[in-house]
Design a protein around this ligand. Sequence first.
Ligand SMILES: *Cc1c(COP(=O)(O)O)cnc(C)c1O
Length: 341
Amino acid sequence: MQARAGLMRAAEILGGADLARLQAAQARVSPHVRCTPMVRSQALTARQGAEVWLKFEHHQDTGAFKLRGATHALACLAPEALARGVVTASTGNHGRALALAAQRLGAHATVCMSDLVPENKVQAVRELGAEVAIVGHSQDDAQVQAREWVASRGLTYVPPFDHPDVILGQATLGLEVVAQCPEVATVVVPLSGGGLAAGVALAVKTLRPRARVIGVSMVKGAAMAASLEFGRPVDVLEQPTLADSLGGGIGLDNRYSFALVQALVDEVVLLDEAAIARGMVHVHRHQHEVVEGAAAVGVAAVLEGRLQSAAPGPMVLLLTGRNVDPRVHRDLVARAVEEDA
Ligand SMILES: *Cc1c(COP(=O)(O)O)cnc(C)c1O
């Protein structure tokens, strides 16, 4: 879709999405989230044949960008709703984000998890100040419990991506990208439920209508890519992947993020596991940074030569998170060293 048509569609979906609304979101979240650094990558610039910049959003508090969306969703709640408390059922970066956002905004957060979730993940959320409710034996059971507490206790459910206030919170990352790289021509965004891609694309295209936004997912279980292909939200089989933060469905009842990604994201690239591993190892070698698989997909796409359709001019890759099992990361780096020897 042409940028202008896409932006008009986005405004329809969100009930208004002009620059003033994006700036209001930024004003709400900026006291509570970090403005993360952006650095130029010499090695990737040489590969791509265009300036490549890395947005170090894995330096965000909680180790992932999701703090932006969760913080904005809470900042938009009425004081009475905030006082009753918030709930979600995420075991990953969204659960951590909601925990810390609630702590910072003085709300009580409950994060529902099944008894299969490893103790370190439970502990991470508790340390950020949330109550963890262990319920049932699957993520679905945890989800059902969270919804039940919305009905019985008046808690507010905060979803990981499919909510206008969450999406506008993630959009603040796009505003930062343009502020730090005003000439930006292409933004490369890890893509799962699409809250990040929708928000970033909205902000970047509002300020730079000619910029191109490319989403990247893993081949294994890319629900958004399959849904775009079908023209409506569909389920795909969830499979283990190094990019575990990109797993999971987009919801068959998706209301916002699917339509926004359809309107604003220009292209989706899919990568196999070996490519994602090489992306993680590259970031470690060249930047001395630990990022999770989901965050390395943009780097991997450059290394694979998959971004030939980028617009001429500087490219920005979003390194979205660092919450990887340290043993998994260490083994990947060790194996890469052996392969070079
Ligand atoms: C959630 C997440 C994504 C994808 O964000 P969506 O809004 O679900 O598309 C990318 N990277 C990391 C590290 C994440 O935690």
